[in-house]
Write a protein that binds this ligand. Structure first.
Ligand SMILES: C[S@@+](CC[C@H](N)C(=O)[O-])C[C@H]1O[C@@H](n2cnc3c(N)ncnc32)[C@H](O)[C@@H]1O
Length: 351
């Protein structure tokens, strides 16, 4: 949908993206300062909690590190409110179009009786003010203003490419029916739908506001997605219904107990021979100790992601085998081993 960002809003977004890029440069020099000061990754503990105890106090003494943290804290703590303020500047222009886009080939089924899990309800992941649902157009605010306008430029095309790389590993040629769990505003679903244009595409999420944005995207592109509000651990769908169940960037936001419940549910709703494909951030074991400290510090400790550490320290293939998948592997894609992907197959005789 076309719209014009007023000068103030555009400047605010550009400033956030620039600040984030600038902070990346500080990161390199704080690394250098740490090594020059005698820090050696091999001498550090492996355990992420112990790493915090050992490395963080050393870094606190570094002025550039404190500036880096201030930049990152500021972008994290302000971006949600800034995006909501920008929305108010363009509400009159975009609201009629957003309402019109609720109509089209994509359907959305709400579940008014859904009780969201505690870990999700009201929590502001990534310190994003308003969380997933705290605004009448949170799907547009998050999916369009934050994600497409702020996050994408920071990672220069990477965000979409990474999603596409995960969709690419689905090991079936022509799956009839695919469910994308935690589809949010539909950005990964879009990658799946592009790879499998003849498949029936379903998507679910706990957040009605994000689903509404996914629906608008699908309608705008004439896609017949079937979206519904549900917990991935209890989708309400039939046994053996889907050929593939996907999920992208959801597992690091949920506790391991919820990941187990999700995988159990995917197994139930997959057809025999079907696949669960779950893409997400990098496993901690792929990092050296110093880089593990960084990943843990900027996400678990400082990033508003309370389940990141337990996700990144758990082998998802073991979880998949534990709940009854016949085969499972969890691996990093490409040279950078990013993102990580679980590919789990339901046995042919598992009805
Ligand atoms: C980081 S977003 C996912 C991004 C999306 N898959 C994409 O690629 O753009 C995480 C999403 O997972 C959803 N979510 C978290 N726990 C869930 C659950 N148990 N069931 C369904 N959705 C869940 C959140 O509401 C949020 O929309």
């Amino acid at each position: 949908m076309d719209y014009t960002l007023p000068q103030r809003g555009r400047a605010a977004i550009d400033f956030l993206a620039d600040l984030r890029n600038l902070s990346n440069r500080f990161e390199q020099s704080t690394d250098q300062a740490a090594f020059d000061g005698g820090l050696n990754s091999d001498d550090l503990p492996e355990d992420p909690a112990q790493l915090q105890e050992v490395v963080t106090p050393l870094m606190e003494n570094n002025h550039e590190f404190r500036v880096l943290r201030m930049c990152r804290d500021w972008t994290l703590e302000e971006h949600g409110q800034i995006a909501m303020d920008i929305f108010e500047e363009i509400r009159a222009e975009v609201e009629p179009g957003l309402k019109a886009l609720q109509n089209g080939p994509a359907t959305l089924e709400y579940d008014e009786n859904l009780k969201p899990p505690k870990y999700w309800d009201g929590y502001e992941f990534h310190k994003s003010a308003g969380g997933w649902d705290g605004h009448d157009y949170m799907g547009f605010v998050h999916g369009e203003l934050i994600h497409r306008r702020m996050v994408n430029p920071t990672f220069a095309g990477m965000v979409y490419a990474v999603r596409k790389s995960v969709a690419d590993v689905v090991p079936l040629e022509n799956p009839a029916k695919i469910l994308d769990v935690g589809c949010c505003s539909g950005q990964f679903t879009q990658g799946v739908a592009e790879l499998f244009p003849d498949s029936e595409i379903w998507g679910c999420d706990l957040s009605p506001k994000q689903l509404e944005q996914a629906q608008r995207y699908a309608n705008e592109n004439n896609l017949e997605w079937r979206l519904f509000q549900a917990d991935g651990a209890d989708t309400g769908r039939a046994d053996n219904e889907f050929d593939v169940v996907t999920s992208y960037a959801m597992f690091h936001e949920i506790p391991i107990s919820a990941s187990l419940d999700n995988l159990k549910e995917y197994l139930r709703i997959l057809k025999p021979g079907g696949y669960a494909v779950v893409g997400d951030v990098k496993a901690y074991h792929t990092f050296n100790n110093y880089n593990r400290w960084k990943a843990d510090y900027w996400n678990q400790v400082h990033g508003g992601d309370p389940f990141w550490r337990e996700y990144a320290s758990t082998n998802l293939a073991d979880l998949a085998l534990q709940v009854g998948f016949d085969e499972a592997e969890w691996k990093g894609l490409g040279e950078g081993e990013y993102p990580f992907v679980l590919i789990a197959r339901k046995g042919d005789n598992n009805e």
